[in-house]
Structures are given as C-alpha cells and as structure tokens.
Write a protein of this length. Structure first.
Ligand SMILES: NC(=O)c1ccc[n+]([C@@H]2O[C@H](COP(=O)([O-])OP(=O)(O)OC[C@H]3O[C@@H](n4cnc5c(N)ncnc54)[C@H](OP(=O)(O)O)[C@@H]3O)[C@@H](O)[C@H]2O)c1
Length: 176
C-alpha cells in the first residue's frame, strides 16, 4: 500500500478564526457531519488543547495527541511528543486501519507546524467574522490552489451559511 496522504480538516471563519477560549465560536451542525464523514476510520492528529476541547477519543477513529508534557496520558488516545512522531504513529495506524489517509484536525499550532505535510486541505468556510484566539495559517497562493468551492445556506441547525472549499498544493510544473 502507498504511503497514506495527509489531509487537513478545518472549519474556519472568513477572518481565519478557528477557535476562541478552546471552543469553536459557532454552531454549524452540517460541518460536524462533514467532519465525521471526512475523518471516519482514519487516524487523526491533534494538539493537546484540541484533544481536551473535544474531551475524549472520538469513536470510529484513532486519536494521536501531540504534547510536550511527558506526564500526559489519555485513555484510548496515542500520546506523542513531536509533530514528527505524530506523523510516524499516524502512518502506522493508517496501515492497521487500512486507511489511505491521515487527518490533521488542529488546532492552530498544529496546523501551522504541519502545513508543509498536507496533500489536501478540506475547509468549511464559515460566513462570519467572530472574535477568536486561534487561527488557521495563511495559505501562500504560490503554493496552494483552490480546487473547488460550493456555497451552502445555513440549515436548521447552522448559525451561519458556509462554503466547502478544497485546496491542493500547486503542482511544481505550475510554478513560474
Ligand atoms: N475550527 C476548527 O476546525 C478547529 C479544529 C481544531 C481546534 N480548533 C480550536 O483551536 C483551538 C486550539 O488550538 P491551539 O492552537 O490553541 O492549540 P492546539 O494546536 O490544539 O494544541 C496546542 C498544544 O499542542 C502541543 N504542541 C504543539 N506543538 C507541539 C510540538 N511541536 N511538540 C509537542 N507538543 C506540541 C502543546 O501541548 P502542551 O501544552 O500539552 O505541551 C500545545 O500547547 C481551540 O479553540 C479549538 O476549539 C478549531
């Protein structure tokens, strides 16, 4: 089997906010359903703060949690101490799970440090500009291309309208 590809899965507001006080500052049920579909059956890499904000390992997936704390333990999760170790562990788990993808699910610190590893970025762009304290990194247009964008009106359980946007690395032959 080929090396699993690395996808990012993120919900980001128009001002790049992804979180405030360790939660997402919106309620968009449609995004949670999409998150589940995109991560199901896959290893997920996350920072310790994101893991604690979720509160537990999510069913149907394997959680790889990055922390510098040598004493951090979380039942049912795989704890590692660097982003490199996270990728290595997640790749092993992908083989065990027969998954062709590893999902990086945040938060801001982990997205920023692992951006160079991503093969595809699945963004739910929330059409709002909330205050926040965690952000998704800027994507350099010389490195990333918007491959698709579909806008959706807010459903009954969504605070805001949103768009599903996919970014892929610009092929090296495109770079002038
Ligand atoms: N909208 C979304 O899609 C989305 C997704 C995920 C999270 N979020 C939001 O994002 C916020 C959390 O993001 P954040 O940036 O504050 O935190 P984070 O990235 O979730 O976690 C940061 C923590 O990860 C550990 N860490 C980071 N880099 C490391 C490295 N190189 N080696 C070892 N450990 C490392 C450290 O843990 P220790 O301090 O334990 O050492 C650090 O404090 C929350 O508001 C959350 O709700 C939003």
């Amino acid at each position: 089997m080929n090396e699993p590809s690395v996808i990012f899965v993120v919900a980001m507001a128009e001002n790049r906010v992804i979180g405030k006080d360790n939660v997402m500052p919106w309620h968009v049920r449609s995004d949670l359903k999409r998150f589940k579909a995109l991560t199901w059956g896959k290893p997920m890499i996350m920072g310790r703060k994101t893991f604690q904000s979720i509160g537990k390992p999510l069913p149907g997936r394997e959680s790889v949690v990055v922390t510098q704390d040598p004493n951090f333990h979380a039942e049912g999760a795989h704890v590692v101490h660097s982003t490199e170790a996270a990728l290595e562990r997640a790749r092993q788990l992908a083989v065990e799970l027969r998954s062709d993808e590893v999902a990086v699910i945040g938060g801001g610190e982990i997205f920023r440090q692992m951006l160079n590893e991503a093969h595809r970025i699945h963004v739910t762009e929330i059409h709002a500009k909330p205050q926040g304290d965690a952000f998704f990194p800027e994507l350099d247009p010389g490195q990333w291309v918007e491959e698709s964008r579909t806008k959706h009106q807010a459903g009954e359980k969504d605070d805001h309208a949103f768009s599903y946007v996919e970014y892929v690395p610009r092929a090296s032959s495109d770079v002038t």
